[in-house]
Design a protein around this ligand. Structure first.
Ligand SMILES: *Cc1c(COP(=O)(O)O)cnc(C)c1O
Length: 449
């Protein structure tokens, strides 16, 4: 079933003419001896792959009907569709409660707001993440304390979390980067010793599992993003999962300009604390409900293809796929991540490697740059607000603590493929591996390009 579904999707993603090209360039063709001796595409040879990878988003009449139904209902703002989505996402993840938000950033912001993170507080974060993780902390005027990366897994180095916790640590916020899972056992244990809540940034990890249970349900709260590139997509959207009913209501108020839930027929105009408008609409929730009909199947396809690709790439010297921790029983593969060692490719730089790979029909990127050095973060910490709250000496000490040399190394070695590339047939994985092997064979010639 997985095979036939993903194959149908793969063929559906390309036009008729291109589909024929795709088949003739399939896994079997890619392995022909004649083909393996061919020139790299960057040097004028024919590319390993000419067909596009599966397109994203995947959609059909379900989405159109869902949107039409909302239009006709006349209820466009937060309403029955949002409530249905919240119940369904909680059921799917096994969480007691779910609150939908405008996007992943606002899920993080509302959670930190509900936990009263503010000036003078420290929040432990990884340096290898999307900048939104850090922005949520900065918007609360708290201090981001970076804990270095475990380069083998691309995740926060959980062994270093305990030592980074101080009396001022208000939240530990690991990220399940790329859809794999941070070492939750070690993080939860370190945080529990100091009674610090853990908030999981699971914005890339829909349906990922730790020891058989969905991520986002281990910490005090878990935050998700449904932005267009994410594995579950409604253009812009987010959600908070929690088993803590009281925290859920505080998050609700924060995301609703500090107002509680309306009781039937009457609006609640009692405000408590500060808040903003971070609500999701019924349009987006209807899209999520439609997209969710495919989420489990897509997650299985990515998981199978990702594991197979790892078995292929592990055989190539100089390519090291990201390892997962033993507790990670399901990788959501928002990204397929590996490390590139230029020495095993005759000194071909990563930039040259990525360019040659793209020429072979395999789009890849080098991923994040170090957030500890990111000008927007550095300038915010050096800016007027932070200087007023903390003063120069304290911010200087933070900069010392925030050194992350392992992460800087990782940022220079990383290679990423995106989640959509794992949605096609298994032969796509063969072609990705073949493209890399071909580049390795011709590394010397490519280097002098
Ligand atoms: C996408 C993402 C976010 C932010 O989500 P938005 O919906 O884009 O606001 C936060 N953290 C991580 C790790 C993400 O990948």
């Amino acid at each position: 079933m997985a095979q036939s579904l993903s194959r149908r999707r793969f063929l559906g993603a390309v036009t008729g003419g291109a589909a024929i090209t795709a088949v003739s360039h399939g896994g079997v063709g890619a392995r022909r001896p004649g083909n393996s001796g061919a020139q790299p595409a960057a040097l004028g040879g024919s590319p390993v792959r000419t067909a596009p990878f599966p397109s994203w988003p995947v959609r059909d009449a379900t989405e159109e009907q869902a949107l039409t139904d909302v239009v006709r209902s006349g209820r466009w703002n937060r309403g029955p569709q949002v409530e249905r989505f919240e119940a369904e996402y909680a059921r799917l993840t096994g969480a007691a409660h779910c609150l939908a938000t405008a996007n992943g950033t606002s899920a993080l912001l509302a959670t930190l707001g509900a936990l009263d993170v503010g000036p003078g507080d420290e929040v432990i974060v990884p340096p290898y993440t999307f900048v939104a993780t850090i922005n949520a902390v900065l918007l609360r005027h708290a201090l981001p304390v970076f804990v270095d990366t475990d380069v083998e897994t691309f995740q926060i180095d959980a062994r270093k979390v305990g030592a980074a916790i101080t009396e001022r640590t208000k939240v530990v916020m690991p990220v399940h980067l790329g859809g794999a899972v941070a070492d939750l056992d070690t993080i939860l244990a370190a945080a529990a010793v100091r009674r610090v809540p853990v908030v999981e940034d699971a914005c890339q990890a829909h349906l990922a599992e730790w020891k058989g249970r969905k991520v986002g349900t281990y910490g005090r709260a878990g935050c998700f993003s449904f932005q267009a590139s994410k594995n579950l997509n409604c253009a812009e959207g987010g959600a908070i999962l929690t088993n803590d009913a009281e925290l859920l209501e505080t998050c609700y108020r924060f995301h609703n300009n500090s107002r509680g839930r309306a009781t039937t027929g009457s609006s609640d105009f009692s405000y408590r604390g500060v808040g903003a408008n971070l609500r999701l609409t019924d349009f987006q929730a209807a899209m999520l409900l439609a997209q969710m009909t495919r989420l489990e199947q897509q997650t299985r396809t990515r998981d199978a293809n990702g594991a197979y690709l790892t078995s292929l790439l592990s055989e190539i010297g100089g390519i090291t796929p990201a390892r997962t921790y033993a507790g990670c029983t399901r990788n959501a593969y928002h990204l397929y991540m590996c490390r590139y060692d230029s020495a095993a490719f005759g000194g071909l730089t990563r930039a040259q490697f990525l360019e040659a790979l793209r020429a072979e029909g395999v789009p890849a990127s080098g991923g994040y740059s170090p957030l500890t050095k990111e000008p927007s973060v550095v300038e915010t910490l050096a800016g007027r607000g932070y200087q007023r709250i903390y003063g120069k000496p304290e911010l200087g000490r933070l900069a010392e603590r925030n050194q992350c040399p392992e992460n800087e190394r990782l940022c220079s070695e990383a290679v990423w493929l995106t989640q959509t590339m794992l949605l096609g047939p298994r032969t796509d994985m063969d072609q990705i591996a073949e493209a890399i092997r071909k580049i390795q064979r011709h590394a010397a010639a490519l280097r002098s390009l």
